[in-house]
Design a protein around this ligand. Structure first.
Ligand code: ZN
Length: 207
């Protein structure tokens, strides 16, 4: 008797799933009472969530198990928090640490007073030795795929300095730059960003 093993044409082979076994936590920045940066009615928190959903789809299509700190317009501050923002970030850290992911990716959009500034940039904290390498790999991808001239920078912000999980802050572009503001609202450009990040993550895990 011959055992037959039928694979439908839509099945993915393990070779096509380079992120199989990897756990990735996406943190869409801001939400709820905290809009982040804004331009008129255009709010960073909404763009962050939209990009994060696309990033989740892209990472999952490569086999990763993906968690998100939020999937709707909420924040995690408590009515008892004296510092609401700190309470929100503290609970995001707790959520991520509970899942023990291989990496986390915090998704944000930047703003600068000079509208000429543009380009996606990666920020990292030295609390985890691997963070700088992860930042370099993703930044190189942004240069290649999105023509970003930015270079990696260190951050001392609360969330990144208070978790030892390997991860970075991704500022996907500048809302203050008219051209990038237009691009960041386009589904096609949001997908380009997430494809670039995913490609870099695959590269990072192969180093
Ligand atoms: Zn932000």
């Amino acid at each position: 008797m011959v055992n037959t093993f039928i694979i439908s044409e839509t099945s993915a082979y393990v070779n096509d799933l380079p992120l199989l076994g990897k756990v990735i936590y996406i943190d869409p920045g801001h939400g709820g009472r905290d809009p982040g940066t804004s331009y008129g009615g255009l709010l960073e928190k909404d763009l962050n969530l939209s990009i994060s959903f696309k990033l989740r789809d892209e990472l999952m299509s490569k086999g990763a198990l993906v968690y998100m700190t939020r999937e709707s317009d909420i924040d995690f501050s408590s009515r008892w928090d004296i510092k609401k923002k700190r309470g929100d970030l503290y609970r995001r850290i707790l959520m991520m640490e509970k899942a023990s992911p291989n990496i986390y990716l915090s998704i944000h959009i930047n703003w600068y007073d000079n509208p000429i500034w543009r380009g996606a940039g990666v920020y990292y904290h030295k609390i985890n030795k691997k963070n700088e390498t992860l930042a370099q790999v993703i930044q190189a991808g942004f240069k290649e795929d999105l023509n970003s001239k930015r270079s990696i920078k260190q951050t001392d912000l609360y969330l990144y300095s208070n978790t030892k999980i390997n991860g970075v802050l991704l500022e996907c572009g500048y809302l203050s730059n008219p051209n990038e503001r237009y691009l960041l609202q386009q589904d096609s450009y949001q997908k380009e960003i997430t494809k670039s990040i995913t490609k870099s993550i695959i590269k990072y895990f192969s180093i």
